[in-house]
Design a protein around this ligand. Structure first.
Ligand code: GLU
Length: 458
């Protein structure tokens, strides 16, 4: 009798799921967004567990919900006034069945362990869906880079990496950016890492500058990918983005490049937002101006309207109140609730593609699905970012650099592959190829679960 045979087997999948979910909630109290992410994925797995009891026997779900390793650390640094500041750093190394831990770092005051664990958990399925050899992790800090000088951001990043470096490595754990972490922050972290280990280990971080071993199209990849996924969903109904009115929430990295790609494909993006309000621009967002404000000048979105006569900045209601055909929520988790979903449905929205991680609440997702519109969960729609990070790792390992066109073509191909795989999986397990929520969860899960089965109880 093997170890696996000796595990008690439950015949009742529902009981098994209920018991795993309640154990997760009990063992990680107060981590509401982590619970939400676990609930959504696990409840979608019932059809696959009914056909594959070996996953239950090997306790795959229990192992998936428990990170392989979690690192929590102090990040002390000195601000421009000479005052000592103390932040908290996190790295949750969730799953390495498919490759080194891979996922971004988020610097934002709302970051806590529950947020990082939700993001790391999502990353397991997202990364598996890319078809690339990457495991899953996530990290970050409650540090808020907004309003900080370059010098302060540099000192923070150096302190952060002075602890984290020992856990990283191109074959171990490979961070990248997320909210509050872009090429500036990654540059400071890469520089400090290089100084400590005395090696130019290009593959230890992704999202690097193109001039120092980064990849073309990585900056654009998450937003572009979410639009490519949307294009593919619409195509299944014989529709396209041409002439559509689109709303993209947020105005950070994902939103900017989602707007750019949507407009390239013929849509007019009539709104985007930040945490203080939103822009309505019926002439279509001027992406060059938006980039100048957000990426170069690092200013608030409200300054956009001063240079754009067709636009107004609104501080009442929500960007989701703007009537549109398609919507790409690309700001942050749980930004789009049931009321927003009801408004969008009433206004005739036909498709939703999540550029951010879990931007729609569970109630909003349920409303979209009940209304029969096309809905792409973030773990599928925004996988283009991490997929292109994996392409960056490939280029680094081969000490080469692909052209913009080659990299972008590969991103397009990967997104089409994810879309097709999800539809096939959904058709197989739920008989509904439009069930992207189940297809994404099951499609990602089976790849990781099979690798875990093959690798034994580790
Ligand atoms: N933070 C991004 C995500 O949510 C990218 C991660 C990466 O490139 O490693 O997938």
């Amino acid at each position: 009798m093997t170890v696996l045979d000796s595990v008690v087997r439950s015949d009742d999948v529902t009981d098994h799921l209920t018991s795993v979910i309640s154990a997760v909630h009990r063992r990680s109290p107060g981590e509401a967004v982590f619970h939400q992410a676990v609930d959504e994925v696990l409840t979608a797995l019932a059809p696959v567990l009914e056909r594959h009891p070996e996953y239950i026997d090997a306790r795959i779900l229990e192992r998936l919900c428990e990170p392989e390793r979690q690192v929590l650390f102090r990040v002390p640094w000195v601000d421009d006034r000479g005052d000592v500041q103390v932040n908290r750093g996190y790295r949750v190394e969730f799953n390495s069945a498919l490759g080194p831990f891979k996922g971004g770092l988020r610097f934002h005051p709302t970051v806590d362990l529950g947020v990082i664990r939700f993001l790391g958990f999502e990353q397991i399925f997202k990364n598996a869906l890319t078809g690339q050899a990457i495991g899953a992790g996530k990290g970050g800090s409650d540090f808020d880079p907004s309003g900080r000088s370059d010098g302060e951001v540099m000192r923070f990043c150096q302190s952060f990496v002075t602890e984290l470096y020992r856990h990283l490595g191109e074959h171990t754990d490979v961070p990248a950016g997320d909210i509050g972490v872009g090429v500036r922050e990654l540059g400071f972290m890469f520089g400090q890492y290089k100084r400590i280990v005395n090696r130019f280990e290009a593959g230890v971080l992704t999202g690097k500058g193109v001039g120092w071993s980064g990849s073309h199209a990585r900056t654009e990849a998450t937003g572009y990918g979410a639009v490519i996924f949307l294009r593919e969903m619409l195509a299944t109904r014989g529709l396209s983005l041409d002439g559509r009115r689109a709303v993209v929430s947020g105005s950070g990295n994902v939103a900017i490049y989602a707007i750019e790609k949507a407009q390239e494909l013929g849509a007019t993006v009539v709104g985007c937002s930040d945490s203080s309000g939103y822009v309505v621009d019926d002439a279509g967002i001027d992406v060059a101006l938006l980039k100048e404000i957000k990426e170069v000048r690092r200013e608030r979105l409200s300054t956009y309207v001063a240079q754009r006569s067709s636009a107004r900045y609104v501080t009442v209601g929500s960007v989701f109140d703007i009537p549109c055909d398609v919507v790409l929520p690309s700001a942050t988790q749980n930004e789009l609730g049931a009321d927003h979903a009801a408004t969008l449905i009433r206004n005739g929205v036909i498709a939703v593609s999540e550029g951010a991680n879990m931007p729609c609440t569970a109630a909003a997702v349920a409303a979209f699905r009940d209304a029969g519109l096309l809905f792409a969960p973030g773990k599928a729609a925004n996988a283009g970012g991490v997929a292109t990070s994996a392409l960056e790792m490939q280029q680094n390992a081969a000490r080469t650099s692909w052209t913009w066109h080659e990299t972008q073509d590969r991103l397009d191909e990967i997104m089409r592959g994810i879309h097709g795989h999800i539809r096939d999986t959904a058709a197989t397990y739920t008989s509904d190829p439009d069930d992207y929520v189940s297809g994404a969860a099951i499609g990602g899960f089976t790849r990781v679960a099979d690798a875990m089965l093959a690798q034994g109880v580790v």
